[in-house]
Design a protein around this ligand. Structure first.
Ligand code: F6R
Length: 611
């Protein structure tokens, strides 16, 4: 949440920062701003998107070879020009951009007000800017020391870039809880919340760790902790490719990412399924595999779509490996004094690897002595660094705010884990094991086939684009898919939608059904097929409109439903990987027909680094 970008070097900083902000806009788009050093510091900021900022500065002087920029997802104070970053300290000595939350900001603000400080904005970031300035002026120390001392007084999370009017040759960067990456060029450095704005300039990067402070001039980078202990920077090579972060001819990133799923799922298998397709090896779990296969209990934690993937995981681990599983919203788990045993295995799932609630839940589980695993997409993000072991999903960058390919990659990893653990535990025979691997391999071509029905999903979407409510129903493995389908629709089209286990309908939601209510029923062939046929009849008896996802050649439901969307058959345990695709496309096209901003839905941001 919130994206930060910076540049120091010989080039004009403005275009580098603006392009970087566009790449990070998925992290927040309430306002954007930039500060440039060209003898003086100029600050430009505007409510709205990066394009609004660009328009605003089009007639201004944007010279300067050092600069910092920010795209905001509002936490403290409404989205407006004043609350936009960068924030300038009262006497104009320091300019700060910030991603995160300073929890003790009101106490610090009060102390500064008592010392004569006057605030322009409602933000916590302005408090930090003024605190740095106060320490700088009062203690007569360097900018670096003032920043470090100020940060030692801060409770909360931050990724910050700071520039100082009197030390115009440097950018000071610091991180705790919110991500920050520094790219190393030839006589230049790039700063960003993630690697996407950096990859077009350099592949050499340093990921800052919590409590790191980097003092960077165009010729030199010095890294230390906030307590002034020198740190050796660990330079890593990015494997990201520029093509992966561009739309590549698609109208939206979300559509591109839906269509990438056959490839992203293959990328998730790559190097993990043996060439003869007879075994699975998850390198990241190698050292802990014995422990996890003997786990008495698995607790899966995540938020949003990742939590839905976790629910699929519950069915997978219980069904294929016979290990009891609990699935928890990270935000509930962390606050409700959960019972965690040292022999529990916790699986944390997160696309971004930065979700604040998931990170906090991980810390709690580690303190209780449990083994904590991560299933994450963004390489080098915080969760893989906080967990004992884990598996990257390797779905490639997901830029559309609504998660699509990350979900199928997460489910793929969980299916690989459950299959190999089930085999190791003797629940699956050699034959079952190999059959499941083969079935997994057949998923990408089957998704290709589903994607080829794109026009049909679009046609149905147009019919129901004006609906005000939707209900999604599924049973067993397909219940989490119903939840995911409803979430996709509401977050990008703003239509109210609810997902339910189909059998629960009669305990309440059936009261909602009338001739105006589209009910999406995920009804592929599995052991509860007949039951779901009955549920469809119950909906039809109340004149509800049934849109059913069925297997090819299903004639029973075809006769009952208003619309059927056919997909290929699969192993029951892998059906979520197929059935979710029509739901993603249905939501996508409904949102497009309604004129919604699909990639950047209102009020949302991709990486939820606030609690
Ligand atoms: C929905 C969506 C969110 C995320 C949630 C968790 O489409 O994207 O619900 O799934 O914010 O994010 P991660 O997976 O990054 O922890």
């Amino acid at each position: 949440m919130c994206g930060i970008v910076g540049y120091i070097g010989p080039k004009n900083a403005y275009p580098i920062i603006i392009n970087g902000l566009k790449r990070l806009e998925y992290r927040g788009y309430d306002s954007a701003g930039i500060a440039l050093i060209d003898k003086e510091i100029s600050v430009f900021k505007k409510k709205g998107k990066v394009s609004d900022l660009e328009e605003f500065v089009s007639d201004k002087n944007t010279a300067g070879t050092i600069g910092i920029g920010h795209t905001r997802w509002a936490t403290h104070g409404e989205p407006n020009d004043v609350n936009a970053h960068p924030h300038v300290s009262m006497k104009g000595e320091f300019v700060v951009i910030h991603n995160g939350i300073i929890e003790n900001y009101s106490r610090l603000k009060k102390r500064l007000e008592d010392r004569g400080y006057v605030f322009q904005s409602e933000t916590d970031t302005e408090v930090l800017a003024n605190l740095i300035e106060y320490i700088y002026s009062f203690s007569n120390v360097s900018a670096e020391i003032a920043v470090r001392l100020a940060l030692s007084k801060v409770i909360g999370a931050y990724g910050i870039l700071v520039i100082c009017r009197h030390e115009q040759d440097k950018i000071i960067a610091a991180r705790k809880g919110s991500p920050l990456v520094i790219g190393i060029g030839e006589g230049e450095y790039f700063f960003a919340s993630d690697a996407t704005p950096i990859v077009e300039h350099t592949k050499s990067v340093i990921y800052l760790n919590d409590n790191d402070v980097a003092i960077v001039t165009k010729d030199e980078l010095s890294l230390k902790t906030i307590h002034n202990v020198q740190v050796n920077p660990k330079v890593q090579k990015l494997s990201l490719d520029i093509g992966e972060i561009e739309k590549g001819g698609y109208d939206h990133f979300m559509l591109k990412e839906i269509f990438e799923q056959p490839k992203s799922i293959l990328d998730t298998f790559r190097g993990r399924v043996a060439l003869d397709r007879k075994s699975i090896h998850l390198g990241g779990l190698h050292d802990v595999f014995d422990r996890i296969t003997h786990a008495k209990r698995i607790i899966i934690i995540g938020c949003g779509t990742s939590w839905h993937a976790g629910l699929v995981g519950e069915y997978l681990f219980e069904d294929l490996a016979r290990i009891p599983v609990e699935v928890e919203y990270a935000s509930e788990f962390r606050y409700r004094n959960p019972v965690i045993f040292p022999d529990d295995v916790i699986i944390s799932i997160s696309q971004s690897g930065e979700t604040a609630d998931t990170l906090a839940a991980i810390k709690l589980a580690k303190e209780a002595g449990a083994l904590v695993l991560g299933v994450c997409n963004v390489v080098g993000s915080s969760i893989p660094r906080e967990t004992h072991a884990g598996v990257y999903t390797h779905a490639g960058p997901e830029i559309g705010v609504a998660s699509t390919k990350a979900f199928t990659a997460q489910v793929t990893v969980l299916a690989m884990m459950a299959t190999s653990m089930g085999f190791k535990r003797g629940v699956l025979s050699q034959e079952d094991y190999e059959k499941l691997i083969e079935e997994l391999y057949n998923i990408p071509p089957k998704i290709e086939e589903i994607l080829s029905f794109n026009e049909e999903f679009k046609r149905i979407a147009e019919l129901y684009k004006d609906a005000t409510n939707f209900l999604y129903l599924g049973r067993g493995y397909l219940f989490p898919v119903a939840l995911e389908g409803a979430l996709k629709l509401k977050e990008i089209s703003y239509i109210h939608a609810e997902g339910y286990p189909a059998a629960e309908m009669k305990h309440g939601p059936i009261a909602l059904i009338d001739q105006h209510m589209p009910v999406v029923v995920i009804a592929t062939k599995d052991k509860s097929y007949e039951k779901i046929v009955s549920n469809i009849q119950e909906v039809k008896a109340r004149k509800g409109i049934v849109i059913a996802i069925v297997n090819k050649g299903d004639t029973i439901i075809r006769d009952l439903a208003d619309h059927v969307l056919e997909i290929p058959e699969s192993h029951e345990a892998l059906a979520p990987l197929l059935t979710v695709v029509p739901l993603q496309l249905l939501s996508y096209y409904i949102a497009v027909f309604r004129g919604c901003n699909v990639d950047q839905p209102r009020n949302l941001a991709k990486s939820v680094t606030v609690e």
